[in-house]
Write a protein that binds this ligand. Sequence first.
Ligand SMILES: Nc1nc(=O)c2c([nH]1)NC[C@@H]1CN(c3ccc(C(=O)N[C@@H](CCC(=O)O)C(=O)O)cc3)CN21
Ligand SMILES: CC(C)C(=O)C(=O)O
Ligand SMILES: [Mg+2]
Length: 288
Amino acid sequence: MFAGEPTWPPLLQPNTDGDLTPRDAMNKVTIQTLQKLKLERQKFAVVAAYDASFSTLLAEAGVDVILVGDSLGMTVQGHNTTVPVTIDDVCYHTHAVKRGNDTSLIIGDLPFMTYSSPQDALLNSTKLMQAGAHMVKLEGGRWLAEAIKALSDCGIPVCAHLGLTPQSVNKLGGYKVQGRDADSAQAMIEDAMALEAAGADLMVLECVPSVLAKRISEQLSIPVIGIGAGSDTDAQVLVIYDMLGISTKSPKFSKNYLQYNPSIPAALADYVDEVKRGAFPSLEHSFE
Ligand SMILES: Nc1nc(=O)c2c([nH]1)NC[C@@H]1CN(c3ccc(C(=O)N[C@@H](CCC(=O)O)C(=O)O)cc3)CN21
Ligand SMILES: CC(C)C(=O)C(=O)O
Ligand SMILES: [Mg+2]
């Protein structure tokens, strides 16, 4: 972007004083932005979305990070799991999200079996980064340390993902809360520390008891994004279709913001506001 080039649409983002200031090309969200928010104890909002139109609305509503999630296999494609999603599917949607705004940090979700070796992780992450992602996400524990180090060494930021890892649904036996007993909670804490040490820049915790998510968020230096993980993580993420009440089955932890708002932009702004105030998730959207 050059000086004087018109920016359309105008992207509005509350600054630290609470005023609305344009987030322009000079005001892109980076991993450093998110690190600073964690240090300042300011929560940020993340949404899983898959197209340009929502990408534009999300940036305007003050959503800092957009995840092009493999949940698209369930929401867009109609599968029962995320297992059938391919790297080309996520690349296609990453291109679309990228065209919708120029300021969000975009995370591309590596699909099932696209990172089972460090070599595959590098090859498939290259595809996501060249499609417009600024970071890649992968599901699993300390066995991913080598792949994460290789990506990090090559300049590819990584978001780790612990707790309920939906690509392992066939091993887990369903979409169930993880880390409820002492041994599995301790293992998750050790996995989280190993992944941060390997070079992860962000971490998603999905469907874990709130006290465990709080403990991991406090223990890690990197920002932790929760989904069904209580209100004490550094950020929250929801799937756009769940937030707008158009998913056929929404998990207990998700909330339909269109129910309380007159329009989609108002619903998105309400979500951002509730996350920043720590009002979402309440106990009814969390697990013990
Ligand atoms: N639309 C959508 N939203 C999501 O959050 C989402 C996807 N799709 N697809 C990928 C994964 C799968 N996810 C899921 C799916 C179902 C539950 C679920 O039914 N959980 C039970 C809790 C089970 C327990 O208590 O152990 C629930 O009642 O919410 C949770 C996460 C989260 N992700
Ligand atoms: C639910 C989030 C964390 C995700 O991985 C996805 O949307 O695929
Ligand atoms: Mg995913």
